[in-house]
Structure formats: C-alpha cells, structure tokens
Design a protein around this ligand. Sequence first.
Ligand SMILES: [Zn+2]
Ligand SMILES: [Zn+2]
Length: 180
Amino acid sequence: MPVIKIVFFHFDSIEYSQALADAIQRMVGWPVVVEPIEFDHSYAYHPERHQYHSSQILLGIKNLIPTDQDKVLAVTDLDLFIPILTFVFGEAQLDGPTAVISTFRLRPEYYGLPKNSELVLDRMIKESVHEIGHTFGLVHCWNSGCVLNVSTYVEEIDLKNAEFCPDCKKQLDQAHLKLK
Ligand SMILES: [Zn+2]
Ligand SMILES: [Zn+2]
C-alpha cells in the first residue's frame, strides 16, 4: 500500500513530528512515515522578498524523493510565497505527489502573541491535511467547516476542522480506490 512520507527541512521542532504523523494518518486514512532528508533549499530563495518560492521547493522535493504512488509532505519553518500572493501557508501539486507547508505564519509569536505549541500543531495538522487533499486531486470546498475550505488568514484556519466534509471524504475514498 502506498504511504504518505513526511520530510522536515529547515525545521527545529521535531517534537511535532509524531503527533502530526498520527493525525494525518487518522484524517487521510493512509499510513504515514517520517523520513530524514538532506535538502539544500537555498536555490528557492528570492532576496528581493526575503522569502522562498514554494513551487520551486515542490519541484526540488519531487526530484529529491522520487515516488510511485506515495505522497510526500514537506514541512518547513521558512516563509513561502508564490509570485501572485504575499505569502502562502502551503502549496501542493494537484493530483500530484508533493505538498509543502510552512509554520512561519502559523506561530502566534509571528503576530506578536504568546507562544502556543498546541495551537501551532493544530494549525499544522489542518494545513497538512488540506494540502495532502490536493495531492489526491481534491479542489477547494465551499463547505465552511471543511479542511479543504480556503484559508487566507490564520484565523480562518482556526475556524475550520481538520476533517474532510462528507462530500470531500467521498472524493478522497474514490481517489484512494484508484491508487490501490
Ligand atoms: Zn488549497
Ligand atoms: Zn469539503
């Protein structure tokens, strides 16, 4: 059976890794493994924005970890962007193998608020499940509680669930069947 591989780069808080893996496994219904990687991300840095281009990160991760049917979720604390947006919490290849999320703007201290590792983990789980949903070909969902609802601001992440709504769950199950 295919697996979801979680890889961390430029990321210190490995305390999160097991809880994140368990939650993703529960929500997505695929086995999750955490794999160590050596990844030089410097090529994706854009000095004029002091940020990293997330689509370029996705390509680098895809080249580094070839997959057959597996999915790869990269987790970093680097600030990510795509050219049309100020920043992104994450990005995924729709119906593809690779996704990335950033904790840079998930941490309350970024907004001048006290540290809260439980809240950061909760947001990481939602963003991870959201991006992994895209890798299974699922698009954004208008159902406000659904994990595939769009979140532009961090407050919107807090308002939604980590779960797929029944419609999205059905599509996810169909995508799983195709891949087994
Ligand atoms: Zn999305
Ligand atoms: Zn949905």
